[in-house]
Design a protein around this ligand. Structure first.
Ligand code: PAN
Ligand code: ZN
Length: 187
C-alpha cells in the first residue's frame, strides 16, 4: 500500500461519523458468543432479532506498523440478563498503549491485566488511557448510545481469544433494586 498522505479528519461528536471514512464494522448479538454470563439469555436475544450491539467506524489509516489508526465505536444501550451491553474486548498481541476519548453517552472502560481489573468511568470529554498489556472492553451503562474515539498503534493487532480464555476480571451489571452500576467478580 502507498504511504498515507497528511490529511484532516472531521468528526461529528453527535452522529459519530468520520470523514473521510474507512471500514465500518457491525457487531450483532450473535458475534458476542461466550461473553455474557447468562448464555441462555444471550441465545434468546440472538433468536429474538439478533440486535446490533455496537458498530465501529474506522478512519482510512490502515492497521500497519508506524501508522496510528483511529475509530469511533457506538455501543447501543441494552441489557442481557442484567448485564450491560459491551464490546467483545481484546488484548493487543504487540502490547502498546491506546487512548479513548468519550464523545457521547455514559460508558465505562474495563481494563484487566490478567490479575487486576480496573474500571474507568467514561463520558464526553474524558480521555481513558489503556496501558500496554491491559485487555480492554467498553460498556454502555446509560440509556442512550455510548460513543468514543479510539486511537491506537497500527502494529498492535487484536487478540479476542485472550478474553474468552481469561475473562475481564469484572462484569458490569445493573443492580435490580437501585438500577445503579454494579461491578461484580467475573463468573
Ligand atoms: C477499539 C475497539 C472497538 C471495538 O477500537 O476495537 O471499540 O471493540 P472490540 O474490538 O473489542 O470488539 C480498540 O480498542 N482498538 O484497539
Ligand atoms: Zn484496543
Amino acid at each position: 500500500t502507498p504511504p498515507i498522505q497528511p490529511f484532516a479528519i472531521t468528526f461529528g461528536a453527535d452522529n459519530a461519523t468520520l470523514e473521510p471514512q474507512g471500514q465500518v464494522l457491525t457487531r450483532r448479538m450473535s458475534d458476542l458468543e461466550g461473553l455474557f454470563a447468562d448464555a441462555d439469555a444471550w441465545a434468546r436475544a440472538v433468536a429474538d432479532g439478533d440486535p446490533v450491539v455496537y458498530t465501529v467506524v474506522s478512519s482510512p489509516v490502515p492497521e500497519v506498523p508506524r501508522e496510528l489508526p483511529q475509530s469511533i465505536t457506538t455501543i447501543q444501550p441494552g441489557l442481557t440478563a442484567g448485564e450491560f451491553w459491551m464490546t467483545k474486548g481484546h488484548q493487543h498481541p504487540d502490547p502498546q498503549g491506546e487512548i479513548y476519548l468519550g464523545l457521547a453517552g455514559h460508558g465505562g472502560l474495563l481494563l484487566f491485566d490478567g490479575e487486576r481489573a480496573e474500571w474507568l468511568d467514561m463520558s464526553p470529554g474524558v480521555i481513558g488511557y489503556i496501558p500496554p498489556g491491559w485487555a480492554h472492553r467498553s460498556v454502555n451503562v446509560g440509556d442512550e448510545p455510548y460513543k468514543f474515539l479510539a486511537v491506537y498503534p497500527g502494529s498492535a493487532g487484536h487478540d479476542y481469544g485472550w478474553v474468552l480464555e481469561h475473562g475481564m476480571g469484572l462484569r458490569a451489571r445493573r443492580a435490580a433494586d437501585s438500577g445503579d452500576l454494579d461491578l461484580v467478580p467475573f463468573g
